[in-house]
Design a protein around this ligand. Structure first.
Ligand code: CA
Length: 366
């Protein structure tokens, strides 16, 4: 297989020995650590390099693994479209053409609807809750069972935090205003919007602005201030809505081909896993550090920030619950995941609804 040919003791191995890494590893003999083996992987990202928040986390991962392995474990990062189109990352990891991918599980709900839980579902968990569910609440085990069907293992890889509801050319004053509205919104959020009468469009990042500008769509969602500002939506749609109830805390994932993972020496596995945690922290903290300044800049533009009307939020929440029920009825594993996830969500909402919410309302509210 192609992938095997990429694993060789070439130039990088020699360079590692010059740094002393190779000799140290030999001293540990037959133990499971520091083999000095040269491993070269390709990482296919679903995101453009212009998103220094998300794509930047893949670079953090590659840099840290390279540093920890003395250069022996080398991961080359490819942005969306470079190796494969953005939404083919999971397929590429499955075939092994890229050993690792950076993407969102919810792009692949056509393969298995339960993959939405790996990222987020409408009215679901916020970033901290999603991370807690995956890493400490049993979520990762449930998700790994789904990804195993596709010959891969997943690692949580960062979060955007609660997203904004997006850019609307016209005001949305009630649920009725959604009827026939042409909006770019992918995934589960799109399904809920469809149920509410929206004419749902799915467009890749680069195609949104021109569609909005020429009126092919009336509204779009993207991420939040820092990323939205770069795409310039504020120039052509003047109503900036919140909250992005369909993405309250979306987790992006690193997907690793199971065979490639199995072939890694134990120390490289530990390095990779640690680096995914560091990459995840980099993503979330970059958003939290960069969004406030971008928010301030956007507020100086000729735009109006608006909250979605209550009747829209209530109807969307009801439609989202119905969607979860429908999908659970069609798939026993989905139903099991939903049942466990709901217990976690409800308990987590109870707790966050106490101290965190009271603090936020008092300190950060209007
Ligand atoms: Ca979004």
């Amino acid at each position: 297989m192609k992938r095997r040919k990429l694993i060789s003791g070439g130039l990088l191995g020699a360079a590692a020995m010059a740094t002393g890494c190779g000799s140290k590893s030999r001293a540990t003999g037959g133990s499971m650590v520091a083999t000095g083996k040269v491993v070269r992987w390709r990482l296919a990202s679903s995101f453009p390099s212009s998103l220094d928040t998300i794509y930047g986390a893949a670079e953090v991962l590659a840099d840290r693994v390279r540093e920890m392995s003395g250069g022996n474990f080398d991961i080359r990062v490819f942005e969306a479209g470079e190796l494969v189109p953005a939404l083919q990352v999971m397929d590429t990891v499955q075939t092994g053409a890229a050993q690792i991918g950076q993407t969102g599980g919810y792009y692949y709900t056509g393969k298995d609807a339960a993959l939405a839980f790996d990222t987020c579902v409408p009215f679901g968990l916020n970033a901290r809750q999603q991370t807690a569910w995956l890493l400490e609440g049993g979520g990762l085990k449930l998700m790994r069972d789904v990804y195993a069907d596709f010959g891969m293992i997943n690692f949580p890889g960062g979060n955007t935090g609660a997203q904004m509801g997006g850019w609307f050319k016209n005001k949305v004053e009630s649920l009725a205003d959604l009827k026939g509205l042409k909006m770019r919104i992918p995934g589960q959020g799109g399904k809920v919007m469809d149920a509410l009468g929206v004419n749902v469009q799915v467009l890749a990042g680069g195609d949104i602005y021109p569609a909005l500008e020429r009126g092919a769509i009336d509204a779009t969602e993207w991420v939040g201030p820092y990323d939205d500002e770069k795409l310039g939506f504020y120039k052509v749609a003047k109503n900036y809505y919140y909250p992005g109830w369909w993405e309250p805390g979306p987790n992006l994932s690193f997907l690793v081909n199971q065979k490639a993972w199995d072939e890694l020496p134990a120390d490289y596995k530990a390095m990779l896993e640690a680096a995914t945690r560091e990459a995840a922290t980099a993503m979330m903290t970059r958003y939290d550090a960069k969004n406030p300044a971008a928010w301030k800049r956007l507020l100086k533009q000729d735009i109006t920030v608006r909250k979605f009307p209550e009747d829209l939020l209530s109807a969307a929440r009801a439609a989202a619950e119905e969607l979860l029920e429908t999908e659970a009825a069609a798939d026993a594993r989905y139903a099991k995941i939903l049942a466990e996830w709901r217990v976690f969500r409800d308990d987590s909402f109870d707790w966050f609804g106490a101290a965190e919410l009271a603090y936020a309302n008092f300190a950060m509210g209007e």
